[in-house]
Design a protein around this ligand. Structure first.
Ligand code: V47
Length: 381
């Protein structure tokens, strides 16, 4: 819609969400109660307008139509995991015929086999909780990756993995993180947060670190000058209020430590796991999750729709619901695919560029910490 039509639509007297339009434009914070009202509205168009208004109001004018992607490569060193998350289809027991463990050399060989490795700017490294892959393994892995691919940023180890490695070594996360940073770790991914609500965690991931510890570890990384991301895994039986409280917990932590770059609302898949598929998100709920995250997170610069989880088409639509990042080439996604997502496992750079362009935005290749690598204006293919 043209800007004046947007304004007419959202501010017409009969639109109960109209007052939030002015609040957002004036830079006022949206409260929990207000967020619940917005989320529960059936007026999806108005919710999209509010989110897009928030995105535009908080983004410098010259980069307003930018949508970011990253040339990245996922590394999952093992699928053996001690945790028992009911939604996880990736995890295998050590004796499973489908279990695998990669040595440092295996990982380097895997990357070397990727024909486009020269252009990579990020390794996304997450794994299972496995006693044979402790601090020494990750230190060696990061040193080897940096030696072989010195320009590639290492974004790795969720707060859950860091907590596990620290406990395995009889150390604290405060002790472990500087060692990993020294070995080359650049930032933390957003995984392992799931839904912060204790009620839901007791049902689906009872042995995972509690929300407060997940947040504390990210705050610790921020205090050491490492930035990080945050996720929400929706579709576990949580209520809209619990989704909103999760986003608000990120906002509160960000007020204190300020290192979150991106918030990534994810949706669950249900093949090969123990969560009831009746909890599956609708497309509308996915869009609401992106929108409410953008509206509430006035202190987090980017909202990402991970195209692997929601598909290319909904990812394109999400760009009108507050999203400004679609993640990247990925190359081989294993976690959501083990649970039945039907997207491809990778996209090429030109597929990502086209996907963004066809949605009417300007594709921008970024690195992990949002330095711009290339703006794909009309001359570039
Ligand atoms: O933490 C687990 C989720 C996450 C399922 O930081 C599932 O840039 C769907 O965190 N269905 C990993 N999801 C993905 C992740 C991520 C992805 C892209 C970018 C970044 C980033 C982080 O996948 C896990 C968990 O929440 N997950 N099982 C499932 N059945």
């Amino acid at each position: 819609m043209a800007p004046s039509l947007v304004e007419d639509y959202i501010t017409r007297p009969s639109n109960p969400l109209g007052r939030y339009y002015h609040k957002i434009l004036e830079g006022e914070r949206i409260t929990r109660e207000e967020a619940v009202e917005i989320y529960n509205s059936d007026d999806l168009l108005a919710i999209g307008i509010l989110a897009d208004t928030a995105r535009i109001a908080r983004t410098p004018a010259d980069v307003r139509d930018y949508v970011y992607w990253v040339h990245n490569f996922h590394i999952n060193p093992t699928n053996i995991c001690e945790a028992n998350c009911r939604f996880c289809s990736f995890k295998k027991g050590p004796k499973s015929p489908f279990a695998y463990v990669m040595s440092v050399d295996d990982v380097i060989e895997q990357v070397n086999n990727y024909p486009m490795k020269e252009g990579l700017s990020e390794f996304h490294i997450v794994s299972g909780l496995y006693e044979k892959q402790g601090l020494e393994y990750y230190r060696d892995l990061f040193v080897a990756l940096k030696k072989n691919f010195p320009k590639v940023h290492l974004k790795g180890l969720t707060a859950v993995e860091l907590d596990y490695i620290a406990k395995l070594e009889g150390m604290t996360v405060e002790e472990v993180l500087p060692i990993l940073k020294e070995a080359g770790l650049g930032s933390l991914p957003g995984g392992g947060a799931e839904v912060f609500a204790e009620r839901v965690r007791e049902l689906v991931c009872v042995d995972k670190i509690p929300a407060q510890e997940w947040l504390r570890i990210h705050g610790l990384a921020h205090s050491m000058g490492m930035q990080s991301n945050a996720t929400l895994l929706a579709g576990l039986g949580e209520t809209p209020e619990e989704r909103i409280d999760h986003v608000l917990a990120i906002r509160e932590q960000q007020d204190k430590t300020g290192g979150f770059m991106t918030f990534i609302p994810l949706n669950c898949y249900y093949d090969n796991n123990a969560v009831d598929a009746a909890n599956a998100l609708t497309g509308v709920e996915n869009l609401k999750n992106f929108a409410i995250s953008r509206i509430l997170l006035d202190n987090v610069p980017h909202i990402k729709s991970f195209w692997i989880h929601i598909g290319e088409k909904l990812s394109q639509v999400s760009l009108n619901f507050g999203v400004d990042d679609i993640d990247g080439t990925v190359v081989q996604e294993k976690i959501a695919h083990a649970a039945g997502t039907d997207t491809s496992q990778a996209l090429t750079q030109s597929e990502l560029v086209n996907m963004i362009r066809k949605a009417g935005k300007i594709p921008v290749e970024r690195d992990t910490v949002y330095n711009i690598i290339r703006v794909y204006d009309e001359q570039l293919v």
